[in-house]
Design a protein around this ligand. Structure first.
Ligand SMILES: *Cc1c(COP(=O)(O)O)cnc(C)c1O
Length: 448
């Protein structure tokens, strides 16, 4: 019995866990990481196919990122970011401004994704108040959305697992029935649709557009909802309708940014730009807590005035703009800069998706294989014909997760959706391995 794991349970309340489950599955004590691999204290190797909660982009202990942080730590570890600045932060924003969708040029730092969302919501509200629209006090978001777990961010989200219990203390959000491409009520497919489901957005904008500050959206990929994927056309339509009703389009690219969808940002697929974009997770390659919202000159200008007008954005987090986090983020962007990481990932994405379709689609309980970039999701169903889901109480996904661990793969499904969201540097041999293991475990839990 691992002594550290025992001691862990004496002290630590783990995130997003029923602690009683740890009675039968002790926390795995990770000793070190290298590339796509994690090693526990017994030397057992795991493929980190979920990128350590979707944040690791370029492998664990990446030598270049390690070096950047080591260099920074001997110069400056942290400084107050009001009235002070430092080179890593300035460099980072300059680099990002060159690759972000057009018009996004003003950077506000926070230290985690949920806080970036909350700050962005506040800034949107304040903008409208300061530009003569104080009636704009509400927010819109899609069904099945996920935007984080602090109270404001949780409010705009709509995944029952996280929100349901807290409904009595959450904000009243205008909910738009979002795309559901696997079970499309219009009988269309992602490839042949005209986003007929956008009629729900049109209805809600018509009713509530006047009182709305911002529409939040996870572009193309609703991650926590089970890696639901929808076409870029939906974002184009959102852009148009937001313009019509003077509503900010607020892109949550926390999970999709930095190459996850095959392009640098998911919005790049749509050829339109949001008014506000939130970034975190991959921003530092998964090294340091760091987040930001980025916005336009137009929004920024609505706050720019003499002090006594009281228009400043009075929002802060102690660790905003942390120099070591910025140094890590700069190293990440340097690694991306010659284009080879993204190009490799795009090529490997085709291979990955092909082998996953080949291996999993024939199984009687695989309802759909969907993919964007290197992200691939396998939705398990009880009945392939009518797409009926399993009873959640069976915890089918969790059974598969437990089988895969001793075989050296970290799968951690979302409900009954098994997914792969590996670091962008994963190679084909590892893709073969993780898909073989996942299929083996699937067949053990759901024999044909
Ligand atoms: C992870 C995530 C968040 C929240 O970020 P935290 O750093 O965990 O607070 C928000 N939105 C999306 C889409 C995410 O995936």
């Amino acid at each position: 019995m691992n002594e550290l794991a025992q001691k862990d349970l004496k002290y630590i309340w783990h995130p997003c866990s029923q602690m009683k489950d740890y009675e039968t599955l002790l926390p795995i004590v990770i000793d070190h990481g290298e590339g796509i691999y994690l090693y526990d204290t017994d030397g057992k190797r795991y493929v980190d196919v979920i990128s350590s909660w979707w944040c690791n982009l370029l492998g664990h202990c990446n030598p270049k990122i390690n070096e950047a942080i080591k260099n920074q730590i001997d110069k400056l570890e942290h400084v107050i970011f009001a009235n002070f600045t430092h080179k890593p932060a300035v460099e980072l924003c300059e680099k990002l401004s060159k690759i972000l969708p057009e018009g996004l040029c003003k950077f506000n730092f926070t230290d985690n994704g949920s806080s970036a969302i909350e700050a962005a919501m506040k800034v949107s509200f304040q903008y409208h108040t300061q530009t003569g629209n104080p009636q704009k006090t509400r927010f819109m978001a899609l069904t099945d959305a996920y935007h984080g777990e602090t109270i404001g961010a949780l409010s705009v989200g709509d995944c029952d697992l996280y929100t349901k219990l807290y409904k009595p203390i959450l904000m009243d959000i205008i909910r738009i029935k979002g795309p559901d491409c696997f079970r499309c009520p219009y009988g269309k497919t992602r490839e042949n649709c005209n986003c007929e489901c956008f009629e729900h957005a049109e209805e809600q904008f018509k009713k509530y557009g006047e009182e709305t500050c911002a529409m939040l959206v996870e572009p193309l990929l609703q991650g926590s909802a089970g890696m639901k994927i929808y076409p870029p056309l939906y974002l184009k339509k959102l852009r148009q309708i937001c313009n019509k009703y003077n509503v900010h389009l607020l892109a949550d690219e926390i999970a999709t940014g930095f190459g996850r969808t095959g392009k640098m940002f998911a919005f790049d697929h749509a050829g339109v730009a949001p008014d506000i974009m939130c970034l975190s997770k991959g921003l530092t390659g998964g090294y340091m807590p760091c987040a930001m919202f980025v916005t336009t000159q137009k929004i920024y200008d609505a706050f720019y005035a003499d002090y006594l007008e009281g228009k400043a954005f009075m929002h802060s987090h102690t660790y905003s703009g942390n120099p070591m986090a910025c140094a890590a983020a700069n190293a990440v962007l340097d690694i991306f800069s010659d284009g080879s990481v993204l190009k490799n990932a795009q090529e490997n994405a085709v291979y990955f998706n092909n082998i996953i379709k080949e291996k999993f689609l024939p199984h009687k309980n695989v309802g759909e294989v969907r993919s964007i970039g290197l992200i691939n999701a396998i939705e398990l169903v009880k009945d392939k014909q009518n797409k009926e889901a399993f009873d959640g109480k069976l915890r089918t996904g969790y059974q598969i997760y437990k089988k895969a661990l001793p075989k050296g793969v970290i799968l951690r499904p979302l409900g009954d959706v098994i997914y792969f969201n590996p670091p962008l540097i994963i190679d084909r041999k590892a893709m073969d391995f993780v898909t073989d293991v996942a299929l083996e475990c699937l067949k053990e839990v759901l024999p044909e």
